[in-house]
Ligand binder design. Sequence first.
Ligand code: NOJ
Ligand code: CA
Length: 538
Amino acid sequence: MDEGRRWRWWQRGVIYHIYPRSFADSNRDGIGDLEGIRQKLDYLVWLGVDAIWLSPIFPSPMADFGYDISDYCDVDPIFGTLADLDRLIADTHARGLKVILDFVPNHTSDQHPWFQEARSARDHPRRDWYIWADPAPDGGSPNNWRSVFGGSAWEFDPATGQYYLHTFLKEQPDLNWRNPEVRAAMFDVLRFWFERGVDGFRIDALRFLIKDASFRDNPPNPDYSPDQLPFNELIPAYSADQYELHEILAAMRHVTDAFGERVLIGEMYIPISRLVAYYGCRHERELHFPFNFQLLLIPWTARQVAATIDTYEGLLGPDDWPNWVLSNHDQPRVATRVGEAQARVAAMLLLTLRGTPTVYYGDELGLADVPIPPERRQDPLERTIGPGAGRDPCRTPMPWDASPYAGFSTVEPWLPLNPDYETRNVAAQREDPRSMLRLYRELLLLRRAEPALAIGQYRPLGVTTDVLAYERTAGGRRLAIVLNFSGHEQGFRPSREPLDGYVLLSTHLDRDGEPVRGTLLLRPNEGCVVALSGLPGR
Ligand code: NOJ
Ligand code: CA
């Protein structure tokens, strides 16, 4: 490939996703904050990541823990002040790391002054900043659209006799992106933060940003099964992934490009074949990358993962940069989905594939979802969808050490700690040369040292029921990654040529430098990076 190409920080680098309420509490109120994050920057440097992405830290009534914003250009007092954020940005930059914030353009809080004005009267100039519709002839909702968080997507406003649209909670009314004033105001929000030195945005709920202009009913989903969210009973054919979104993203990209090397990452739960459209075309770029959530969603088998990687690689254009995600603040953690032993293999996969990896805080400790007793559940989905639907288990406080409250705080945290925090914490795993934390660090160091991993080409080497193998190459350097998805020993030999070289890194952290002659033997749940001798074989 293009060896002389200039690679951008968001291509070479690894993003570390912080859920700010749960990272570190500096002022002893049990809730993480910006100063807490700042105090942990040296840890992130030691770990070897390149950028932090913070879930929303803006003023918010916290109906959806910050994804309901009442002022886009300030910091919520729970997290600190604008000055704290400036200090965090400066100190992060001083360590050579980048800062990505969350941009939530689909909806505001119902407490945002814009919505307060919009709902005050039908003829208020701000009315059209949100999406209003008259009741159906029977007085019911204007159409059948569902909220992702349960129930109808429409809420009746008795004072003005119309319904407003909310794709998420009723406390999160959707902005009307057909209105040019909304676009201008939201683009100004981006400029505000870019001018303050923010390096990019993760854009929330992007597939929903613009909806069918005539509010046609969504069709029933023939593939729905009751284990899915009620939202999935309908296909969001008219309320998501609409054609006009491309034009908006191209405009957003122009705003962004005016500030130099910044990044736009979109949160989009759509099939890969649709996802790749949001890179834009060669002449009109859109996102730097839409998040690829496939590893969160597919069954964890070697064949499924292989099919996903190759389908994605095959769909990407020459200018489209891939990315991979294993966990986030909305989904069960990887250690819970695949088990602790396989989570090490998953880490090697994430950090050796082609494309920007995002590491979710705590995954580097093998943190699993934490069971939350009913009286301590916080997520509104417990109420709107039902008990057990909440996302609290994957949002628990980061365990830093074995002290009371795990060094996260000196008071009871907003969510319970992992019950094993006295042994599963940063301090303990830093000392243990075979820990998950040390594996993450070794993988991150290797990725930084090896251009083949950071920006090299990808080629499949083979897949069996239990083993997945691929090759990454750059400048004549060839690395094979061989992953055992099973709890049994496996041997692997590519069909085209033998594996000859030596082990650079094993997920067990105990066989560096071991020669490999033809076949690689893997222990249960083991993955290896093998440095191959000789020139690339084609
Ligand atoms: C996606 C976010 O990741 C999630 O946490 C949030 O609840 C919804 N969007 C609504 O903003
Ligand atoms: Ca705090």
